[in-house]
Design a protein around this ligand. Structure first.
Ligand code: 13P
Length: 251
């Protein structure tokens, strides 16, 4: 049995003051919802403030990215050791990191191995672009992203990894995929790639989320699918009632 998980990726939104307000109000609703792992991923600058407010709430924090090195001359970067002080989770290889900051599968894999070293639970993002989708390359792209980003970790750590299938064409567009199509990608492409890497028992234990225009109104359609274990939510995770309703649907 895989415990469902919902994570809110705030992206580059909310100041520290705004985070305090939103986390406080959101935690009042989220803490009443059981049977689902709840994760908030505000910007680095706000993690400290959020952490103080979430103590004892059962709601976890995640970072949106990190460097793979523990420390050193990497101006502007945040290390896994720093993330670990405040977060249990870390999002790796989000499509915006891949598209705007040049992150390759190899870089994502380096970060994943570092997450293992620092005992962070990674949420690894994969997903095809619109062009790849329209030219029927989803299988090739998502399979390669999965097998290349997730290799060279121990089986024990592998079972803790969370994969987020986020078709790029569905992110922030209001055009979500649909339950059947997204489930098919997870079942026929992602899980077979995981099975090849880690064997079937571990592959079955790994949670796979859907992400891309998830809202309170379409969440249940995705969560009703046998291979989808929750959601990575962008825009709707900044709205208290909306995100709480998504968490409730997953529970
Ligand atoms: P939206 O929910 O805003 O489409 O964003 C999805 C996403 O990128 C989450 O990581």
């Amino acid at each position: 049995m895989r415990t469902p998980l919902v994570a809110g990726n705030w992206k580059m939104n909310k100041t520290i003051a705004e985070t305090r307000d939103l986390v406080f109000k959101m935690s009042l609703q989220l803490r009443e919802i059981n049977g689902v792992d709840k994760v908030l991923c505000p910007p680095f600058m706000s993690l400290m403030a959020a952490s103080a407010l979430l103590e004892g709430s059962g709601i976890s924090l995640g970072a949106q990215n990190m460097h793979w090195e523990e420390k050193g001359a990497f101006t502007g970067e945040i290390s896994p050791a720093m993330v670990k002080e405040l977060c249990r989770y870390v999002i790796l290889g989000h499509s915006e990191r891949r598209a705007y900051f040049g992150e390759t599968n190899e870089i994502v894999n380096r970060k994943l191995i570092s997450a293992q070293t620092f005992d962070l639970t990674p949420i690894v993002c994969v997903g095809e672009t619109l062009e790849q989708y329209e030219s029927n390359r989803t299988r090739e792209v998502v399979s390669a992203q999965t097998s290349q980003s997730l290799r060279d970790v121990s089986p024990a750590f592998a079972s803790r990894i969370i994969v987020a299938y986020e078709p790029v064409w569905a992110i922030g567009t209001g055009k979500a995929s649909n339950g059947i199509e997204a489930n098919a990608v997870v079942k026929d492409i992602i899980r077979p790639a995981l099975t090849e890497l880690f064997g079937s028992e571990t592959a079955q234990a790994i949670r796979v989320l859907y992400g891309g225009s998830v809202t309170a109104s379409n969440a249940a359609e995705f969560f009703g699918q046998p291979d989808i274990d929750g959601a990575l939510v962008g825009g709707a995770s900044l709205k208290i009632d909306e995100f709480a309703a998504i968490a409730k649907a997953a529970a």
